[in-house]
Design a protein around this ligand. Structure first.
Ligand SMILES: *Cc1c(COP(=O)(O)O)cnc(C)c1O
Length: 479
């Protein structure tokens, strides 16, 4: 593709800027910072520019282009009507809510924050929610800070946070950021956290246990109520990583099971196009005992039905600007409101059905380390193919050539050659069938023409990269 600078022709332009009718001034800008030569922008027509960006966008893979079964990420299709809804608020600056008399002008946005908090509390079985955290990992850190504040208020300085070895890497990282030492519990042969090892690790120095359910193997842990009971007996609190909420929407409420704190990923479960690191939103829900520590400020509903912003001085402080990632919250509020109770139940049922369908159709060709009914995702292993020299990464790259985004590979860490597939509820049986056909073809290729897998991808602007180096020494232009 020709670079935009190569298309530049002196004097060509796509816009006509009116001649300034105000006197030129330096605006008080220090001379050292002033530009004396015009900036070297490419000089192109509007059509050149439209083609440039359109062609760039076509190098990007997205849910809007094809199936994106990236396990643990819930890459569902998001209705475009939510984009319109989010755009409605684009002209409203969040600082208005904090200015004297400003609340009156932003009753709509404030009511949305308040309503969304109520919706999320209802869905998760919690008593209160804060929308401030800007991603799942940020929610985890906020949640653990709330737990630390809770123990501190009781004069306790506990040292440890327990996480199972199948947890998302952000769990131990967030707990460590909040000042705790991590105790890792192995996965038992049945696929869940080893209950005996957990019991043995629990004591009065443990601040919390962090559970993901279903876990990153896509398995629902039948012992979560017992796990909560054991923690509470020792005075520890229980944290629910709700990133996989898509699997249990309308079926199980973590608050009812005995969890004290939860984060949910609005950008996974509640309809926001995400990828490449953003945008995210990770609201945190808590049970009554933790409400005093929630971040400040809070949106409150007054007796006359109006909404106000209130300081919450005894809490852990602010964890982000204003009330969080508002555009994402609008999408989530719209999504939950439009689907309603019945719709959300259908989401989880369909997501689980799709994952089990894929699992059943592919288990002849790929090893299935934990062969049991899965929830919203299933984890295969390319161990069988690896014996012939073909690895999970080769299969992933082959899928790119066949038009599909690869599943998550090499995660969870407790499965060798892991291939983690999350289809989500938004895909049709026809799409799943074409993906299954290509996965079966990849397994056949591994036996019959392995070089084809080794060479993939061949249809992309760049071929097989050293991914670590590509990320660290990013080179955005290529000849
Ligand atoms: C995605 C995910 C997270 C982290 O969420 P981010 O929004 O990416 O920070 C945490 N836990 C699990 C299980 C996840 O899938």
């Amino acid at each position: 593709m020709e670079l935009i600078y190569e298309k530049s022709v002196p004097g060509r332009t796509g816009v006509r800027i009116p001649v300034a009718d105000i006197p030129r001034t330096t605006g008080g800008f220090p001379a050292g910072l002033r530009r004396f030569e015009p900036a070297a922008f490419p000089e192109v027509s509007e059509l050149d520019l439209v083609r440039h960006y359109t062609n760039l966008s076509r190098r990007n893979f997205s849910v809007d282009t094809n199936f994106y079964p990236l396990g643990s990420c819930t890459m569902k299709y998001n209705a475009k009507v939510m984009e319109n809804a989010a755009a409605l608020f684009a002209g409203c600056h969040p600082v208005v809510a904090l200015l004297p008399g400003g609340e009156k002008l932003v009753q709509g946005p404030l009511s949305l924050v308040w309503e969304l908090e109520r919706q999320l509390a209802e869905i998760t079985g919690m008593d209160e929610v804060t929308t401030q955290p800007l991603a799942g990992a940020h929610g985890e850190m906020t949640g653990i800070m709330l737990i630390a504040a809770y123990h501190k208020a009781r004069g306790q300085k506990r040292k440890y946070v327990i996480v199972p070895d199948s947890s998302h890497g952000t769990n131990p990282a967030s707990a460590a950021m909040a000042g705790y030492e991590i105790v890792t519990i192995p996965t038992a042969p049945y696929g869940d956290m080893d209950l005996d090892a957990y019991r043995a690790a629990m004591n009065d120095q443990v601040a919390a246990v962090m559970m993901t359910c279903p876990n990153t193997l896509g398995l629902f842990n039948p012992y979560i109520a017992e796990i909560c009971r054991i923690a509470h007996e020792a005075g520890a609190l229980t944290y629910y990583d709700g990133a996989n909420l898509n699997a249990i929407l309308g079926k199980v409420r973590p608050g009812d099971v005995g969890f004290d704190v939860i984060h949910v990923n609005l950008h996974k479960t509640f309809g926001t196009p995400h990828g490449g690191g953003g945008p995210g939103s990770g609201p945190v829900g808590v049970r009554a005992g933790l409400i005093p520590y929630l971040p400040t400020p809070r949106v409150v509903k007054k007796d006359d039905g109006s909404f106000a912003v209130e300081a919450h001085p005894e809490g852990i402080g602010r964890v982000s600007d204003f009330f969080g990632n508002f555009g994402i919250m609008v999408r989530a509020f719209g999504y939950i409101t439009l689907l309603g109770r019945e719709g959300l139940i259908e989401v989880s049922e369909q997501a689980v059905l799709n994952a089990n369908y894929l699992m059943a159709r592919l288990k002849e060709e790929y090893d299935l380390p934990f062969d049991q009914t899965c929830m919203h995702e299933c984890v295969f292993s390319a161990a069988r193919q690896a014996k012939e020299g073909i690895h999970a990464i080769d299969i992933a790259k082959y899928l790119i050539d066949r038009g599909f985004h690869p599943p998550t590979v090499y995660f969870p860490l407790n499965v060798k050659e892991a291939i983690m597939i999350e289809p989500t509820e938004t895909e049709s049986k026809q799409t799943l069938d074409s993906f299954i056909a290509v996965m079966i073809e990849a397994a056949r290729c591994a036996k019959e023409s392995p070089q084809e897998l080794k060479d993939a991808p061949i249809t992309t602007p760049v071929g097989r990269l050293d991914e670590t180096r590509a990320a660290r020494a990013l080179q955005v232009c290529c000849e």
